[in-house]
Write a protein that binds this ligand. Structure first.
Ligand code: SAM
Length: 233
C-alpha cells in the first residue's frame, strides 16, 4: 500500500496513525495482494487503490459519526474485511464482528487478524438473514457498518435486526443514494429504524464523495424479520 497517500489522507481527516498501526495496514495489504492471486477477494490491488479505496474509504465513518469507546460493531458482508477491519486498526478499543457468506473470505480474515495481532475480533461465516435471527447476535450491536453488499432496502433487512435499540446503522453508499433511500424508507420504519441523515464524506486525495447513510434504531425489529432470502429480494 502507498503509505504516503494513506498518511496524507489521514492528515486531511485530522488524524495520524502510530507506527504500529501503519505496520498492521502494511501486513494486511501484503496478505490481501498475496491471497488475491489464489482467490477472488478484490478487484483493487494497486498500492494507491488499497490506501485510498480500501483503507481510507473504510475508516471515513469514524470522522463523521461519534462511535463511543468500547462500542460493539459488526460489519455485514465484509468480504476482505471492508470497512470493519481498517476501522478496528484505527480504533482498537472497539469490539468487532466480521460476517460473510463466503467461507474462503472468512479464512482469509482469520489469517489477517492473527498476523496483525488485533484482539476482540470475531470472524463469522454465515448469512445475515440467518444470524440476524440468533439470540446471541440479534439486537446485540451498537453499530453495524456495511459497504457494497446490496441495495439499501435489502441491506436494512440484513443489518437492522443486529442493532440494539438506540444503536445505529451506517451504510457506505455512492451517488444515486437518494433513490435508494426513498425506496427503502417504508422498510426502514417497519424494521424499527429512522433515517437520521445522509452525510457527504469526500475521500481524501480523490474526486470521490462517499455517502454515509445513518439510520437510528428506535424500536425493536418485529420477529418476522429478516425474512427468507427469496422474500427479501
Ligand atoms: N464489504 C466488502 C467491500 O466493500 O469490499 C465486500 C463487498 S462484496 C461486493 C459483497 C460481500 O457480501 C461478499 O463477500 C458476499 O459474500 C457478502 N454477502 C452478500 N450477501 C450476504 C449475506 N446475505 N450475508 C452475509 N454476507 C453476504
Amino acid at each position: 500500500m502507498n503509505v504516503e497517500l494513506f498518511n496524507h489522507g489521514l492528515q486531511v481527516l485530522g488524524d495520524t496513525a502510530a507506527s504500529q498501526q501503519l505496520e498492521q495496514f502494511k501486513v494486511y495489504a501484503q496478505l490481501l495482494v498475496e491471497w488475491n492471486q489464489k482467490m477472488n477477494l478484490t478487484a483493487i490491488t494497486d498500492a494507491d487503490g488499497i490506501a485510498q479505496k480500501h483503507f481510507l474509504d473504510s475508516i471515513l465513518p469514524l470522522y463523521y459519526v461519534d462511535i463511543p469507546q468500547g462500542a460493539r460493531v459488526a460489519d455485514i458482508g465484509t468480504g476482505a474485511g471492508f470497512p470493519g477491519l481498517p476501522v478496528k486498526i484505527m480504533r482498537p478499543d472497539l469490539s468487532l464482528t466480521l460476517m460473510d457468506a463466503l467461507n474462503k473470505r472468512i479464512t482469509f480474515l482469520k489469517t489477517v487478524v492473527a498476523a496483525i495481532g488485533v484482539d476482540d475480533v470475531l470472524c463469522i461465516h454465515g448469512r445475515a438473514e440467518e444470524f440476524g435471527k440468533k439470540k446471541e447476535f440479534r439486537e446485540q450491536y451498537d453499530f453495524v457498518l456495511s459497504r457494497a453488499v446490496a441495495n439499501l432496502r435489502v441491506l436494512c433487512e440484513y443489518c437492522l435486526p443486529f442493532i440494539k435499540v438506540g444503536g445505529r446503522f451506517i451504510a457506505l453508499k455512492a451517488d444515486g443514494v437518494d433513490e435508494e433511500v426513498n425506496a427503502a424508507r417504508p422498510m426502514i420504519g417497519t424494521l424499527g429504524g429512522k433515517l437520521e441523515k445522509v452525510i457527504d464524506a469526500p475521500l481524501p486525495g480523490t474526486e470521490i464523495v462517499r455517502k454515509l447513510v445513518v439510520i437510528k434504531k428506535e424500536k425493536s425489529t418485529p420477529p418476522q424479520f429478516p425474512r427468507r432470502p427469496n422474500k427479501i429480494q
